[in-house]
Ligand binder design. Sequence first.
Ligand SMILES: Nc1ncnc2c1ncn2[C@@H]1O[C@H](COP(=O)(O)OP(=O)(O)OP(=O)(O)O)[C@@H](O)[C@H]1O
Ligand SMILES: [Mg+2]
Length: 266
Amino acid sequence: MNVSMPATIENPEKKTQPDKDMTAAVVSVDNVCKSFGNMKVLDGVSLSISHGETLAVLGRSGTGKSVLLRLIIGLVNPDSGSISVNGNNFAGLALDQLGEIRKKMGFLFQQSALYDSLSIAENVAFPLEHHRSSMSKAEHDERVKQLLDEVGMNGDSTKMPSEISGGMKKRVGLARALALEPEILLLDEPTAGLDPISSDEIDDLVLKLQRERKMASIIVTHDLHSARKISNRIALLNKGKVVIEGSFDNLQQSEIAFVKEFLRLS
Ligand SMILES: Nc1ncnc2c1ncn2[C@@H]1O[C@H](COP(=O)(O)OP(=O)(O)OP(=O)(O)O)[C@@H](O)[C@H]1O
Ligand SMILES: [Mg+2]
């Protein structure tokens, strides 16, 4: 069953609410379907987010959450339906236009995806070197230092990815995602595999970044507690569809069997 909720339902507990004058959709996913071979992964998914808003996408393993994020950054094309960023429909864009839009997005991959042969500082500098070539080396270094400070990793800037923990990799991945000052932040399982204290620290970091930068964020997670803490809205995916979208309270009040079961087991 597919329950549509108004896109404006928000969690009243959240301190960070979208600015009233910035409610236009930044990312809009409209009736998107995606199959791999015979397997239909997404079956008519529609979602949208505005400036300053954080949407948490929850769902069981293999339900298409990472595929959804990859569609939103244009790494995968939908079979049908459309994806727009700031009103630009991906379908009509040339590669260089898509590249321009992608620069507005910061992306943290599920496995952090740091470059093994580059130090922590070099990983964070990478997007700057490729997309901010007008900045001097000293400006890059200063910016990397600020970013690593922001995620609490400045003391480790000369280490290699193999020398740091999973939680530290997530922090560095987050710093790299923020390097080009994105309008849109997409995080794929930022707390997966971390102990509860490290998870909570990452959640606090994400909340701090939202307060300071007012990005539109989509955060994929298995963790209901984390989703409740850091998002304005939650979308729960199952079998390729959005089963419910709304505040945590909306989920708790739902009579949908899958929602009840998901909450019971979370
Ligand atoms: N490039 C691809 N080619 C073929 N199948 C794919 C591809 N990408 C994803 N899939 C399949 O699509 C389904 C959804 O994958 P996805 O990675 O989005 O799941 P997920 O919800 O992110 O799961 P998890 O919570 O475990 O990360 C899986 O069955 C996966 O095997
Ligand atoms: Mg995934």
